[in-house]
Design a protein around this ligand. Structure first.
Ligand code: PMP
Length: 367
């Protein structure tokens, strides 16, 4: 047997100190815990997987140029505007590469909490210092507090995970015009939101907007995300990312999902619209039960609930997996009232939402 005596002392301390990402993945009949597309994936993307399978023995395109062109078309942008796209293995990978490209060890990345749980992790992995500022009592972000920090990177998330709340245009514009360093806007849930801020990339150089094929596009298992911004911002991220990060099947499926027609982008927009509709129905049903979900703009609801872990465990026994959150910052009165506890519930087909509601009511009665 190889002796591993003391080997961990050779690994980077920041890395050894980080836990693995360990969400609750208990198998349940209805899994609404990770905000994916609960209707599935666009048929055109699934067909592209089979037709591309034979190319598995070859390397994919080095920096996914065909996907870049398809993304620019989808966003109504062109490289003639000095804009470029970086794609990678999920938007996680784009976020990680962005921090690596712009953050020197010891630089700060500032964000309003609570936000996407991987941000402090990627920050520490890249030697950056994560700095959280509180949200305002009504789930808003104070732009002045963010820019006053003069951090190397300012991270905005709209709609925000886990609260599902959207930022106002005034807040976003204030931050992009006054931040000292790079501004990242994470728009993983843009397709469900009333507005996107991607238009700002043609006006502001210090900005990258990051999106994903994991949510509205239904391709979470293929791991494709992208960032769009000025060429000067995107180029270092491409270099930090490295070659061959989007595999050939994933690239073909993502391009097909962006393709015109009812089984490509038509499928995506139709199902995003259904999610928005069902989000309002589910929120109304929860309000009738006496709960107050945060004003939602993503394909999920954030519901402050006391003893969220206990309720979620009881729901799981009833066949429904939701994400229980605890230890949330209590600057928001609705969260102070639940001791920093909340449930995050993904929105999908209405029959699944009925199962969620039934399991929730049952859990409240017996947990
Ligand atoms: N950003 C946000 C806000 C998210 O919620 C997620 C996934 N939960 C991601 C980025 C990462 O998504 P992916 O890596 O699947 O593209």
């Amino acid at each position: 047997m190889i002796s591993t005596c003391g080997i961990t002392t050779l690994a980077r301390r920041d890395v050894v100190a980080l836990p693995r990402y360990a969400p609750d993945i208990t198998p349940c009949v209805v899994d609404v815990s990770d905000n994916v597309n609960l209707w599935g994936a666009p048929p055109a993307a699934l067909r592209a997987l089979t037709t591309t399978a034979m190319s598995a023995s070859r390397y994919p395109s080095v920096y996914a140029a065909p996907l870049r062109d398809a993304v620019l078309r989808y966003l109504g942008l062109s490289d003639g505007q000095g804009i470029d796209v970086v794609s990678a293995c999920g938007s996680d990978d784009v976020l990680d590469a962005t921090m690596r490209a712009f953050g020197e060890p010891g630089d700060e990345i500032v964000f309003a909490a609570p936000t996407f749980a991987m941000i402090p992790t990627f920050a520490r992995l890249n030697g950056l210092v994560p700095v959280a500022v509180p949200m305002t009592p009504d789930y808003e972000v104070d732009p002045q507090q963010l820019v006053d920090r003069r951090a190397k990177i300012t991270y905005l998330c709209s709609p925000n995970n886990p609260t599902s709340t959207a930022l106002s245009r005034a807040t976003v514009e204030y931050v992009v015009h006054h931040a000292a360093g790079l501004v990242v806007i994470d728009e993983a849930y843009a397709e469900f939101a009333p507005e996107s801020f991607v238009d700002l990339v043609t006006k502001v150089e210090r900005l990258v907007v990051i999106r994903t094929f994991s949510k509205a596009f239904g391709l979470a298992g293929l791991r494709v995300g992208y960032g769009v911004g000025s060429t000067d911002v995107v180029e270092p991220i491409i270099r930090a990312r490295g070659p061959y990060k989007v595999n050939a099947l994933a690239e073909a499926a993502a391009i097909a999902a962006l393709g015109e027609g009812g089984d490509g982008i038509g499928w995506v927009t139709a199902h995003a619209a259904l999610a928005v509709e069902n989000r309002a129905r589910l929120a109304a049903a929860l309000r009738r039960l006496g709960f107050e979900p945060a004003p939602a703009a993503g394909n999920f609801l954030f519901v402050p609930v006391a003893r969220a872990q206990v309720i979620a465990q009881a729901m799981c026994r009833g066949g429904v997996l939701v994400r229980a959150l605890s230890g949330l910052p209590q600057d928001i009165p609705a969260l102070a009232a639940t001791g920093g506890n909340a449930l995050r519930i993904g929105v999908g087909p209405w029959d699944a939402m009925e199962r969620v509601l039934d399991a929730f009511v049952e859990a409240l009665a017996c947990a």
